[in-house]
Design a protein around this ligand. Structure first.
Ligand SMILES: [Fe+2]
Ligand SMILES: [Fe+2]
Length: 190
C-alpha cells in the first residue's frame, strides 16, 4: 500500500541516520583516521539519490499531493516540505565541503578542519530522527482512519514507479542500498 511503502522506506532512512550519526561522533572524538574521504563521498551519494531524490521525491510528487486536501493535513504536509528543504540545504553544504576537500588533496593544498563535516552529518542525522518520528505518526493516522481509497492508493503507487525510474530505476536503488550496507560494515561503524 502507498502509506506502508513509505513507512518501509523509513527503515533504510533510519539506518542511514545511524551511520552518519556514528560518523559524526567519530570525527568529533578525533577517532576518524579510518573514515576515508571515499566513505564520505558515498554518504553524500546515498543522501542525495536514495534519501532525497528517491524517498522524498515519492512523498513530494506522489503521496503528499494526493493527501494534502484530505482532513486537515495541509499544515502537516507544509511542514514536512519545509523540513525536506532543510535536509536538502544541509546535503548541499555537506557535498560542497567534500568537493573542496577533494580539490585540496588533488592540488596538494592543506586540508581544512573536519569540523564542518561532523557538523553537517550531525545536523542531517537530527533532521532524519525528528522528521521520521513526525511522518510516522502522520502515516499511522492516515492508516488508522482508512483515508486513502483503493483507486487513489493504486494511482500513488503507480506514481512511485515513475519516481523510481527518475532515480535510475530498480537497479540503481538496489545499488544505493548496497552502498548503505557497505557503509554499515565499515570498520569505523563498530
Ligand atoms: Fe519520509
Ligand atoms: Fe519526508
Amino acid at each position: 500500500m502507498a502509506t506502508s511503502d513509505l513507512k518501509k522506506d523509513h527503515l533504510f532512512v533510519k539506518r542511514f541516520g545511524e551511520v552518519i550519526q556514528k560518523c559524526s561522533d567519530k570525527i568529533y572524538a578525533d577517532e576518524d583516521s579510518n573514515i576515508l574521504l571515499e566513505d564520505l563521498e558515498i554518504v553524500s551519494v546515498v543522501m542525495e539519490e536514495l534519501i532525497d531524490t528517491f524517498h522524498h521525491g515519492k512523498e513530494e510528487k506522489a503521496y503528499f499531493p494526493n493527501t494534502q486536501n484530505k482532513n486537515s493535513f495541509s499544515e502537516d504536509i507544509r511542514k514536512f516540505l519545509i523540513e525536506h528543504e532543510l535536509g536538502r540545504r544541509i546535503a548541499g553544504m555537506f557535498k560542497r565541503e567534500l568537493l573542496t576537500r577533494r580539490k585540496c588533496i588533488i592540488e596538494g593544498k592543506q586540508v581544512d578542519s573536519k569540523e564542518p563535516i561532523a557538523r553537517f552529518l550531525k545536523s542531517y542525522a537530527v533532521f532524519i530522527t525528528d522528521h521520521l518520528e513526525k511522518e510516522d505518526k502522520f502515516f499511522d493516522i492516515i492508516e488508522s482512519k482508512d483515508i486513502i481509497s483503493i483507486d487513489e492508493d493504486k494511482a500513488i503507487r503507480n506514481h512511485y514507479e515513475l519516481c523510481k525510474n527518475k532515480s535510475g530505476g530498480q537497479a540503481r536503488i538496489e545499488e544505493l542500498l548496497k552502498l548503505l550496507e557497505y557503509l554499515e560494515h565499515r570498520d569505523w561503524m563498530k
